[in-house]
Write a protein that binds this ligand. Structure first.
Ligand code: NAP
Length: 384
C-alpha cells in the first residue's frame, strides 16, 4: 500500500520499526487491520517521526502571490498540505489572486500562513525556513518579465540568480533538507538552433532574465549532483491564465478584446505579431511542479504543450471569440518589440509525460477563450 500526502489513517497502536526501512507494518486502531506502508521518501531516514508527527506534508512557496504561486497553493491545500507563503511588504494589502484562500477561516491561519520577506533579505528567509520546516520548497518568486529585464538587469540578476542561490544555501544548512523546486524558464535556451527543445538543449540565453535563470538552473543541477540534494528544475514554457499580469502580451490581448467589445477601449497596440510561442495553462504547470517533487528521484523536467502559435493567431482567436475582426482594432508599434526576441519556441515535454505521466491538456484556442471570458465577466461586474 502506498501512502500519499492526503491519506490519514489515525494514530496506530502497534508498529514495528526496523532501523532502516522503506516499508512499515502498522495496526490501524479503527479497523484493527495490519497494513504495510511504503514510506514516502521524506521519512525514510526516520520512520518513527512519520507516526508521531503531523502526517500531512508542508510546503513553502516563494512567489505565492503570483500567477503560478496562487494556483500551486490551491492545489497543495487541496491535497491536505500545510502551506507557508512568502510575501513582500507593499503599500497595498490587496492580494487578489489569494483572496479565496485568505478569506476562508478554515484555511488562512490554520493551514495557510503568510510570512513577510524579500528575496534580497536572506536573514528573514532563513528564519522562516527554520521555523516552518517545510518538506517541500517551491521557489517561484522573481522578476518574471523578460522584456523588463533589459531595463532592470541588475535587480533581475540579483533576485533571480543570487536570490535562488541564497535559498539553496539556507536549505543546504538545514538538518533535514527539504525537497526544492526551482521555476526555470525556456529563456535559458535563448534563440535555440534546434526545435523542439528538450532538457538536453544547450543553454544559450539572450536576455538578462534568461541569463539569470540559466545561472540558477545550473546551480540547482550542481547542488543536486555535488551535495546529493533533492533539487529539481521545472523548465517552464509560457503558461497563461486569467490570473496573468496585465503587462504580459497574452493578458494585454484578452483584456483589450474584452474592453473593445464592451466599448471601454478602442485600440490595441502590439509589437511583433509574428513571434511564435508555446502557450499552456498555468494551473496544469503548477500541478506538474508538485508531480516533479513526488517522483522518487530528483531531476529536471521541461514543461510545454508541444504546439506553437503566433501572437497574430492568439490575437485573432481572442477577437473572434467576441465577434470582432482583430485587424480593425490592432496597431503595431516598434517600441513594443523586444530586443533579441526568439522567433519560434517549441518545447518537447516527452520526459515529463513518460516519467511523471504529465501532459499539457489545454491548448491555445481553449486558453484564449477562458481568459477572454474571465475578463468579460470581471469587467461587466466592475462596471455595474
Ligand atoms: P508572477 O505572476 O510575476 O509572480 C512572481 C512572484 O514573485 C510574485 O508573487 C512576486 O511578488 C514575487 N516576487 C517578485 N520579486 C520578489 C522579491 N524580491 N521578493 C519576494 N517575492 C518576489 O510570475 P509567474 O507567472 O507566477 O511565474 C512564476 C515563476 O515561474 C517565476 O519565477 C517566473 O520567472 C517563472 N516562469 C514563468 C513563466 C510563465 O510563462 N508564467 C515561464 C517561465 C518561467 P509580488 O506579488 O509582491 O509582486
Amino acid at each position: 500500500m502506498e501512502i500519499g500526502p492526503s491519506l490519514y489513517l489515525g494514530v496506530p497502536r502497534v508498529y514495528s520499526v526496523p532501523l532502516s526501512c522503506t516499508t512499515l507494518r502498522v495496526v490501524i486502531p479503527t479497523t484493527q487491520s495490519v497494513v504495510q506502508l511504503r514510506l514516502p521518501t521524506h521519512v525514510l531516514l526516520n520512520p518513527l517521526s512519520f507516526l508521531t508527527s503531523n502526517p500531512m506534508p508542508s510546503a513553502l512557496i516563494t512567489g505565492i502571490t503570483g500567477q503560478d504561486g496562487s494556483y500551486l497553493s490551491e492545489i497543495l491545500l487541496g491535497k491536505g498540505y500545510t502551506v507557508h507563503g512568502i510575501v513582500r511588504r507593499s503599500s497595498s494589502l490587496d492580494r487578489p489572486r489569494l483572496l479565496g484562500q485568505y478569506n476562508d477561516p478554515e484555511i488562512y491561519g490554520k493551514r495557510l500562513f503568510l510570512h513577510y520577506a524579500d528575496l534580497s533579505d536572506s536573514t528573514s528567509i532563513r528564519r522562516i525556513l527554520v521555523n516552518a520546516k517545510p518538506d517541500e520548497v517551491y521557489h517561484l518568486a522573481g522578476q518574471s518579465h523578460v522584456g523588463l529585464s533589459f531595463e532592470i538587469p541588475e535587480s533581475t540578476c540579483e533576485l533571480t540568480a543570487m536570490g535562488t542561490l541564497r535559498i539553496m544555501e539556507i536549505l543546504r544548512d538545514q538538518p533535514k533538507n527539504p525537497k526544492f523546486l526551482h521555476a526555470s524558464s525556456r529563456e535559458i535556451f535563448g534563440t535555440p538552433e534546434v526545435s523542439p527543445q528538450n532538457e538536453s538543449t544547450p543553454l544559450n540565453p539572450n536576455s538578462p532574465y534568461g541569463c539569470a535563470k540559466s545561472f540558477a538552473t545550473q546551480m540547482v543541477r550542481i547542488y543536486r549532483e555535488s551535495h546529493g540534494l533533492f533539487f529539481c528544475n521545472a523548465i517552464l514554457y509560457n503558461h497563461e491564465s486569467p490570473r496573468r499580469a496585465e503587462n504580459f502580451v497574452t493578458r494585454k490581448i484578452t483584456l483589450a478584446a474584452a474592453k473593445i467589445k464592451l466599448g471601454l477601449q478602442s485600440k490595441l497596440t502590439l509589437g511583433s505579431i509574428d513571434s511564435a510561442r508555446d502557450w499552456g495553462y498555468a494551473k496544469e504547470y503548477a500541478e506538474a511542479m508538485w508531480m516533479i517533487l513526488q517522483h522518487e528521484k530528483p531531476d529536471d523536467y521541461l514543461l510545454a504543450t508541444g504546439t506553437s502559435y503566433t501572437v497574430r493567431e492568439f490575437t485573432q482567436a481572442a477577437f473572434e471569440h467576441v465577434g470582432l475582426n482583430w485587424e480593425n482594432h490592432v496597431e503595431l508599434d516598434q517600441r513594443f518589440v523586444r530586443p533579441a526576441d526568439p522567433e519560434c519556441l517549441l518545447g518537447d515535454a516527452t520526459k515529463a509525460k513518460e516519467i511523471l505521466g504529465w501532459t499539457a491538456k489545454t491548448k491555445m484556442p481553449e486558453l484564449v477563450k477562458m481568459m477572454v471570458d474571465e475578463d468579460l465577466k470581471s469587467l461587466t461586474q466592475s462596471t455595474r
